[in-house]
Every structure is written in C-alpha cells, then in structure tokens.
Design a protein around this ligand. Structure first.
Ligand code: AMP
Ligand code: GLY
Length: 418
C-alpha cells in the first residue's frame, strides 16, 4: 500500500514513524512534511489549504491511501477531493469536519445526540457579550467559534479581560461563544471510525498552557502523556457509550457521515464527563504518545476506517508501558515565534520534528512555533518522563522554551478525578 500523509507537524512525523513500521506499507510520502519526516517519507511540495492540490498530489504520486493530519485541509474539503479522485482517504468530509470547524455546529450535534457538554451562549454583538458575561459569571470562558489553532479560548476570572477577548473576536468579524466553566482534569480520547463502527484509542492528557504550573497563554499543546494512571476504571467505555458512538450515529442520521478520527476533548467534572470540544483529526501532541503504544499496524487500521470495513477489523492491541512527549518551542511562541534558528541534536530516536525546515546548506532550522516534540518511552510514566527529558537535554535551539513539568502531576499522584 502506498500511503501519503498530509501535513508538516510532529503529529505527521509520528504518523509517518508508525506507518513506516507497518509491513503493509510499500511506499510512504509526506506532503509537505518537515526536516524530520524526509528521513522516512518522500517529501512532496503542497499547499495543504488547497483541496484540489491535495487530490492532485495524491493522484500524481499514485497513493492508495491518503491520511490527512491537520484540520485546515479537512475544513477546506481535501478528503472530499481525494475521494472524488477515487483514492481512499482517512479524514472526514468538509461537512463532517464542521464538528471541529464550528463550535456552534458541534453544540447542535451534541444537543441532538444527548451528549453532555458545557452550556454555551452564542453572542451576536458587544452589548450582548456584556449581558451574557454578567449572567454567566466567573470563571469566564470566551471562545472564537471558528478554527483558532487552540489559541482562540480565554479562561479567566478577570471580567475585563474576558470582555476584551470577546470584543477582539467580534471586531475581527468572528463569532463568539461564552461557555459554562468546566472544572476537573482534562482527557483527550481519540477514536477511529468509519462512520458506523467506533474504536477508541488509549486516553492521553495534553498540557495546553505555555508555562510550568499551567501558567501563561493557551497554546497548541506543550506536551502530553499516555496512558493516564489516574483515569477512573471504565472511562473509555463510558465515553464510547455516552459521547463517541452517539455523536457518530447523529452525524450519520444527518447524512453527514463522520469517518476518520474523532477526538473528544473531555473534562472529568464533579458533575460527570463533559465534552470541552471535538476535533476532526489526530491531536497534536497527544498522537506522539498514543501511536508508540499501539501495536496494531496503523496503515491497515486507517485503511479499514477509510473504506468502511472497521467492523471486520481485529481488536486493537496495545504495548505495555507509557509515553511522554515534551514540546520544544521557539522563543516568542505562541504570539510571535522566532524562526530561522539552527536546530541541532534533533536527529535521535524519539525526536519528532514539527516546525523545522532544511536550509540551503542542508542544515536544520526552526520554521514554526512548536519546533520539536521529543518522546520518551518507559515501563511506567516516571521512566518515560525521564527518558523524554534526557532527550530534550541533547537538543540545541537558541532561547528555546519547554515546560519542565510534563506528566509530573500524574507521576506524583496529584491528579484526582471526582
Ligand atoms: P478548546 O479550543 O475549546 O479546546 O479550548 C482550549 C482549552 O481551553 C481547553 O483544553 C480547556 O483547557 C480550556 N477550556 C475550553 N472550554 C472550557 C470550559 N468550558 N471550561 C473550562 N475550560 C475550558
Ligand atoms: N492537542 C490539542 C489539539 O490537537 O487540538
């Protein structure tokens, strides 16, 4: 099987690593890829936001399966274009990707499917914003309704900051949602689906804030670990029954079949499990810790989802042990990352590339906010954490920033779901 991965982050590098170890894969390409993926996957130039270009690259390269990593091509209809070209595609249609692309669409689907989530108030203008903030009270959760790469949400006790954030989104022509605040630890649970059958993966936890101790702004994700030693028994089954399956069924009922990866961002609140958000693709950086634990060959699994044959797929097999990833970010991330700096020490095992590029002289330079995602594996979370940080210590990137406390609260037993 010739497999083409679309995207250029550490998630795509992790997908390429897992796909390249599947004996069913005869050729692997990554478009556009980064300085790390090119060691294992043929790089192909591509503007991922151009759906027709995605289909054209897949056709020209004679792909048997296209795996779409990021949300941007999905919401631009890349999966539809690839399928229209007669090629199997892992990723939802443009319509179905609205589960991620529009938070208000996701809320409608969850309402109809009886899926537990935060109450939300769509805000039409600045005056309504003030009224809603007064009504809902602190802590305030103010969101951009559209795609914002994980950076459109402000959670704050500061009413003025909440109001300013909402006004900024409105002024830019966006739509705003104010939400009920959800307490409790967060879980990222991924499920592979062909639109009918749903196979959950192991739960992971992301660290979304930039700084140690969950300080600083929200980012795309600064690190992650899996599995979750503190997860209540039966959590995956409960989420499958109350969230994942009902959502997939409701999408099918609407005639907007969702196939690909359904990512449920969950909060384990004092009042039960609640959905914080859906994403329509693998999470980054959680993928970097989930895939190393998956023993089942990945290409066969994604191909089954893409071709509607998941019901016949054997049950997933998992490795013992744990995985931790630490994101090495450029100075200035997330607001204004500085790019173009040399990156060295980033070629060892477990070092996944994100925002990297190959300079004219063949050296590796930073080319994005999240530069590397360094993964450690071990028999337990403490060992995996140590392995990850040992690898981070070997990386050289001027003024790089990373959190030093990824997975620490879990290792120290400080996370207790209600
Ligand atoms: P989102 O872009 O919706 O995933 O939100 C990004 C992050 O903001 C989440 O991972 C949470 O940490 C936080 N967040 C979003 N919605 C809520 C909410 N209703 N209550 C508390 N925190 C939230
Ligand atoms: N880890 C958060 C995301 O992928 O959206």
């Amino acid at each position: 099987m010739r497999v083409l991965v679309i995207g250029s982050g550490a998630r795509e590098h992790a997908l390429c690593v897992a796909l390249s170890s599947d004996p069913g894969v005869s050729a692997l390409a990554c478009a556009p890829g980064n300085a790390g993926t090119r060691a294992i996957a043929e790089p192909l130039a591509l503007d991922v936001a151009d759906a027709d270009a995605v289909a054209a690259v897949a056709t020209a390269w004679r792909a048997d399966l296209v795996v779409i990593g990021p949300e941007v091509p999905l919401v631009h209809g890349a999966a539809d274009a690839v399928r229209d070209a007669g090629i199997a595609c892992f990723g939802p249609s443009q319509q179905a990707a609205q589960l991620e692309g529009s938070k208000s669409f996701a809320k409608h689907v969850m309402d109809a499917a009886g899926v537990p989530t935060a109450r939300a108030w769509p805000v039409g203008g600045p005056a309504e914003l003030e009224t809603v903030l007064d009504e809902v009270g602190a802590p305030f959760v103010v969101k951009d309704d559209g795609l914002a790469a994980g950076k459109g949400v402000l959670v704050t006790d500061d009413r003025d900051a909440a109001s300013a954030h909402g006004r900024r989104i409105l002024d830019a022509g966006g739509a705003v949602l104010v939400e009920e605040y959800l307490d409790g630890p967060e879980v990222s649970l991924f499920a592979i689906t062909d639109g009918t059958t749903v196979l959950p993966l192991v739960p992971a936890q992301d660290h979304k804030r930039r700084d140690d101790g969950d300080g600083g702004p929200n980012t795309g994700g600064m690190g992650a670990y899996a599995p979750l030693p503190w997860a209540p028994p039966g959590l995956v089954e409960e989420v499958l029954e109350t969230v994942l399956q009902p959502t997939v069924d409701e999408m099918e009922r609407r005639g907007e079949t969702f196939s690909g990866l359904l990512y449920a961002g969950l909060a384990l609140t004092s009042r039960g499990v609640r959905v914080v958000e859906f994403n329509a693709r693998f999470g980054d950086p959680e993928t970097q810790v989930v895939l190393p634990l998956l023993e089942t060959p990945l290409a066969g699994l994604l191909h089954a989802a893409a071709t509607g044959t998941l019901a016949e797929h054997p049950p997933l097999r998992w490795r013992e042990g744990a995985a931790v990833t630490v994101v090495v970010a450029a100075p200035g991330y997330p607001e204004a990352p500085r790019t173009g700096s040399p990156v060295t020490g980033g070629d060892g095992e477990g070092v996944l590339h994100a925002g990297t590029a190959v300079a004219a002289d063949g050296s590796v330079v930073s080319a994005g906010g999240r530069v590397l995602s360094v993964v450690g594996l071990g028999p337990d979370l403490a060992a995996a954490r140590q392995a990850a940080y040992e690898r981070v210590a070997a990386v050289r990137l001027a003024d790089a920033h990373w959190r030093t406390d990824i997975a620490m609260a879990a290792v120290e037993g400080r996370i207790s779901p209600p």
